[in-house]
Design a protein around this ligand. Structure first.
Ligand code: C2E
Ligand code: CA
Ligand code: CA
Length: 756
């Protein structure tokens, strides 16, 4: 049952109860008052009845007084008593006299009270009435008293007759019968009747059950008793009471109705605010706004309302807080990936063009490795601050993950000038703990709607552009159509790289290096090949960088070191002792295990250090010069040779490079392949060769494709040639054949050829 219904019920029952008790009290008071009143009236009425009877009797007595003085009456008495001849007529006269006075019977009595004559034939002698025996004084004016004759009740008036009248007394009797009773009733306003009993102690039963009654004894003696009973029916007594009852019932009904209305109103007054509050509480639960107009404002309900309001405020604040936190990056305070996604989706909704710029710090891993993660975090925070401080037209700056950031810009495309400025601003040198840190970032751009109309797609394409920028070592790239596919291919390659080594998909090709002067083979370079089960041959230019970026380069290099050494050992067993160059990437140099690995491989296959040449690009050498120098020194002390690969593509000076313990310089094939006498390239190449001579470095020219170039290089003093002109890279067995055919294999320094 609802609270409202219960409230209604309780209030109704309460009202009903009070009304009933009140009505009962009123009614019983009215009733007892009515009964009380009835009793008093009966007392009065019965008294009046007796007085009336008495009064009539006295009246009769006075009439009888007159009668007994009437000589005619006395003569008739005489006749009745004495004269037998006129007896009948005299009796008639007496009867007439009695009837005239309204008496029912007339008696003549002697001194002793015996009936001497009676107007009623049946009432002959022998009837004895005790009151008659009461001695009467002659001056007595007469007696009025009720009595019983022949079992009937009478009011008897006795009067002495004058002396000599023959009879002593005259008695006139009036029947106390129904008509007398009804005459009395009419006068006293209550029902009266006479109760006559011949046995004096007998009271007629069942007299009082109809209503209230009064019984007054008129006579009680030897002959029996006469009572007058005055009564009133309950109905008449309670007639007023019934009226009161009806009015009370009306009042009851009306007030109940009114009460019902009042109760409903009160219940509504109580329950409506409660219902509204309950509704409000539900709204709070559902996070809907509260309808303030519908909420109670006063009293306890008002208090509840304001509590609910406050609760909703707190809840929504907490929710808001959680929402912000869910959308915020904890470290930098920028929006996180989810926030970026939502904002991009919102920007797409508007339909206006915008640009995403994805950013990453190029050497974050190195910063973390070198300075620790706390320091790295501060670098990230600084960059985040710079991104956040960028001027319009920026919508938001976000941190997507680790060192990846995103800018959402409300421009259709990025202006080169803006990009330049921004880049300069972002990569400003920063000082942390008094140490200068240079920031290098790469950025990838994708535009809406040009490059996609979906947040995820745009984000991915910006990432592809970013990857591309990093690949090309540039600061910025914009997404170009078709890069998706190559990106997917890269993902597949990165995934499959991890299993390639133990699935035997890697192999080494070998390319010979020959003396520029004598053409003798002085070494080989090992070049890695990947035969992908689905994609076929993958060029190293494609997967080496992926391996570097996905952190798999070390396993790959380990595999190359082991395989190269294994091949060297097998050649040694064939009496082919040769020097083999292997390519090692910059990241390998930073890894602690490299030296151990080389050492143990040499050990395992029983090789000498000088059979191995490690090729490193100039940028790899220059990345951390001190640490690099130490490691190179360690390799050198094992006898391992070191070569600078791809020389000319970086910007390091030879003087700088010479501080490294290197023995060989490999001029990049881009200078050699189409070398034309007298060209700019030629100038660079010849001056490089000359400088290398001074520094005591052996010079190798890569990518020698035709004889003229080979001749020219030899003329310039280049020591070693490598390229398709001499041989293409080939597998181990083919290489063995090739070497055997050549027959002229030397481990000696090709520079010696020149000196000889
Ligand atoms: P690189 O170290 O400069 O290797 C020489 C590249 O030039 C080889 O390409 C070789 O096939 C090619 N080449 C040689 N002679 C000629 C020529 O006359 N004309 C032309 N056009 N090309 C010539 P490859 O094998 O595709 O290797 C490409 C690059 O992949 C290598 O450049 C090297 O940086 C990297 N790489 C190859 N193997 C490995 C490896 O085992 N480890 C590492 N870290 N990198 C490797
Ligand atoms: Ca190389
Ligand atoms: Ca090279």
């Amino acid at each position: 049952m609802s609270f409202r219904a219960r409230l209604l019920l309780v209030m109704l029952l309460l009202t009903l109860g009070i009304q009933l008790v009140a009505s009962w009290a009123v009614l019983s008071a009215v009733r007892s008052a009515a009964l009380e009143q009835g009793k008093r009236e009966l007392d009065v009425a019965s008294g009046v009845a007796v007085a009336l009877l008495e009064g009539w009797g006295q009246q009769l007595l006075r009439n009888v007084d007159l009668l007994v003085d009437d000589p005619r009456f006395l003569a008739a008495v005489d006749d009745v008593l004495v004269d037998t001849s006129s007896r009948l007529a005299a009796a008639g006269t007496l009867r007439q006299q009695a009837a005239r006075m309204g008496a029912d019977t007339l008696l003549l009595l002697d001194e002793a009270g015996h009936v001497m004559a009676s107007s009623q034939p049946a009432a002959g002698s022998g009837v004895f009435v005790d009151s008659w025996r009461m001695p009467l004084t002659t001056d007595d004016a007469g007696v009025v008293s009720p009595s019983i004759l022949n079992g009937l009740g009478y009011q008897l008036v006795q009067h002495p007759l004058p002396p000599g009248a023959g009879a002593a007394r005259l008695a006139l009797g009036f029947r106390l019968d129904e008509s007398m009773a009804s005459a009395l009733s009419g006068l006293i306003g209550s029902q009266a009747h006479f109760d006559v009993s011949v046995s004096p102690n007998d009271v007629a039963p069942g007299q009082d059950h109809q209503g209230l009654s009064r019984r007054l004894s008129l006579y009680q003696g030897e002959l029996g008793r006469i009572d007058i009973v005055v009564e009133r029916s309950l109905e008449t007594l309670l007639a007023n009471y019934q009226d009161v009852k009806v009015s009370l019932a009306t009042i009851f009904a009306v007030s109940l109705g009114l009460m019902l209305v009042a109760v409903v109103l009160i219940a509504r007054g109580v329950s409506l605010p409660l219902l509204r509050l309950a509704g409000a509480a539900k709204s709070v639960g559902r996070g809907e706004p509260l309808d303030l107009k519908r909420m109670p404002r006063q009293g306890e309900f008002g208090l509840l309302s304001s509590t609910l309001l406050k609760m909703q405020g707190d809840l929504s604040r907490r929710e808001e807080d959680m929402r912000t936190r869910a959308r915020q990056d904890q470290l930098t305070g920028l929006g996180n990936r989810q926030c970026a996604n939502e904002d991009i989706e919102a920007a797409i909704e508007t339909g206006r063009p915008f640009t995403l710029l994805r950013l990453t710090i190029n050497h974050m891993r190195r910063i973390n490795d070198t300075f620790g993660h706390d320091f790295g975090d501060r670098v990230l925070s600084t960059l985040a601050q710079r991104l956040a401080d960028l001027p319009a037209p920026k919508v938001g700056a976000y941190r997507l993950s680790g060192d990846e950031f995103l800018l959402l810009l409300t421009v259709a495309r990025l202006e080169p000038l803006w990009l330049e400025d921004t880049l300069r601003g972002l990569t400003r040198e920063l000082r942390l703990d008094d140490s200068p840190v240079s920031l290098k970032v790469a950025m990838g751009e994708a535009r809406f709607p040009e490059h996609g109309d979906e947040a995820n797609l745009l984000l991915r394409r910006a990432e592809i552009a970013l990857d591309r920028a990093r690949q090309l070592r540039q600061a910025h790239q914009c997404y170009q159509r078709g890069q998706d596919e190559s990106h997917l291919r890269h993902l597949a390659l990165v995934r499959d790289l991890q299993h390639a080594a133990y699935r035997g998909e890697f192999s080494l090709r070998y390319q010979p290096q020959v003396s520029a002067l004598t053409g003798r083979v002085i070494g080989l370079e090992a070049l890695l090949r990947w035969d992908h089960p689905q994609l076929g041959w993958i060029p190293p230019d494609e997967f080496i960088e992926l391996a570097e970026r996905s952190g798999q380069i070390h396993q790959l290099t380990h595999w190359v070191i082991d395989s190269a050494c294994a091949q060297l050992a097998s050649w040694r067993d064939m009496k082919l002792k040769i020097r083999l160059g292997i390519n090692v990437s910059a990241m390998d140099l930073q890894q602690p295990g490299l030296i151990k690995r080389v050492e143990s491989a040499l050990d395992r296959y029983g090789l000498q250090g000088e059979q191995l040449c490690i090729e490193l690009t100039e940028s790899a050498l220059m990345q951390s010069p001190e640490m690099g120098a130490r490691k190179l020194q360690a390799l050198r002390s094992m006898g391992v040779e070191l070569a600078i690969d791809d020389y000319g593509t970086g910007y390091s000076s030879l003087a700088q490079l010479k501080r490294m313990p290197v023995q060989e310089l490999k001029i990049d094939k881009s200078f050699i392949m189409q070398l034309i006498k007298g060209s700019d390239d030629d100038v660079i190449v010849s001056s490089t060769i000359e400088l290398a001579h001074h520094l005591g470095l052996q010079v190798v020219a890569e990518g020698v494709e035709d004889q003229a170039v080979a001749d020219h290089l030899a003329e310039q003093g280049c020591h070693v040639l490598q390229g398709f002109l001499i041989a293409r890279p080939m597998g181990g067995e083919a290489m063995t054949e090739w070497l055997k055919e050549k027959g002229d294999v030397s481990l000696r320094d090709a520079a010696n050829d020149h000196h000889r």
